[in-house]
Write a protein that binds this ligand. Structure first.
Ligand SMILES: [Zn+2]
Ligand SMILES: [Zn+2]
Ligand SMILES: [Zn+2]
Length: 336
């Protein structure tokens, strides 16, 4: 216990702990939307692109944090635009982008005469060397990301869950998609000092996967993931710091391994909860889970010219009506 008290007395440790809390909140917050959209690896891609940003900062002797922010935001916007086109070879385009970012960063660092070890602190994290200005940037960016992720949850959820519906409901889907990409880029650069660009995606995704084991609603998942993110980044940092009395232990690695350990421990609980849920609703699997029985009679019969927007949806057509989406089902309408 003495060792812990000793650790918390060091100013570098206090800076690291503050940064860890903010990173732990912001990364899973945006990660929840990425997982929802099945873009779990987007953070990883942005992390690779940001390597070039860090290299530019190192070589030009400007702040690598800010050059990384600029390059990561540009990269994320490009990734989103390529993804939006939905070309069959979009996958390959993204892969080229990621390798280019990493290789470009290594090359530029070498050309600038910087040693590879400087770049390495960004690839694998170096939270114990974080400076006061970096802590302030981390706090500001992480707060922006967390507040927007929580405040715009209804809109961002709608866009991430069902783009067609969001569009019909009047949301600017493209703008929100770009916002998610930009917030992801900010989170990646915020988490870069803590877990490093090569492991950054883990902090965006693993707490979310863990939360999904035990939560059912989107909002609970979001909040639980943020809690787990703080737990992992603080816990991993303290474990690494305590272990470093005896060995050279990188905080980035312990943070990622700790969040993976929590995921593994939560797995049986998730299996049990899902089994219990099925036992309670025996025919759950046979009912489409996103349709709920709405009303048996409707004085208004939706049709082609009824004035309500029609959205093709799977094997049926939904009508948007009073902020809800109905689907004709036999002689009645089901609601989403
Ligand atoms: Zn029905
Ligand atoms: Zn209608
Ligand atoms: Zn439907």
């Amino acid at each position: 216990m003495n060792e812990v008290a000793e650790l918390f007395a060091y100013p570098f440790m206090q800076r690291a702990l503050i940064a860890a809390v903010f990173v732990g909140l912001a990364a899973p917050a945006i990660g929840t939307y990425l997982v929802q959209r099945r873009l779990a690896l987007m953070g990883d891609g942005i992390g690779h692109v940001a390597v070039t940003g860090v290299a530019i900062g190192l070589v030009t002797s400007t702040s690598p944090t800010w050059t990384a922010v600029v390059v990561a935001v540009l990269g994320a916007t490009l990734i989103e635009l390529i993804r939006e086109r939905g070309h069959t070879n979009g996958d390959v385009a993204l892969a080229l982008f990621f390798y280019g970012g990493l290789a470009g960063g290594v090359l530029i660092t070498g050309l600038g005469g910087e040693s590879a070890s400087t770049l390495q602190t960004f690839l694998f994290g170096s939270i114990l060397t974080i400076t006061i200005p970096d802590v302030l940037v981390t706090m500001v960016l992480a707060t922006v990301v967390s507040v927007l992720c929580l405040g715009l949850a209804p809109q961002l959820f709608a866009v991430s869950h069902d783009q067609e519906f969001a569009r019909v409901a009047g949301l600017d889907v493209r703008a929100y998609n770009l916002l998610v990409a930009v917030l992801a880029a900010l989170s990646v650069t915020v988490a870069m000092r803590t877990v490093g660009l090569l492991l950054v995606s883990a902090l965006l995704v693993v707490p979310v996967a863990t939360a999904q084991q035990v939560t059912r609603s989107f909002r609970t998942t979001l909040v639980a993931a943020m809690g787990l993110g703080v737990l992992a980044s603080l816990g991993g940092l303290v474990i690494a710091a305590l272990a470093s009395f005896r060995a050279n232990v990188a905080p980035g690695a312990t943070i990622v391994l700790l969040s993976l350990a929590v995921f593994v421990l939560t797995w049986p609980l998730g299996v049990w909860l899902r089994r219990r849920q099925r036992a309670r609703v025996p025919f759950d699997d046979e009912v489409p889970t996103d349709h709920e029985h709405a009303h048996d009679e409707d004085d208004h019969a939706h049709g082609e010219d009824c004035g309500h927007p029609a959205v093709p949806h799977g094997d049926h057509v939904d009508y948007v009506h009073d902020g809800h989406r109905h689907a004709p089902h036999g002689g009645h309408y089901d609601e989403h």
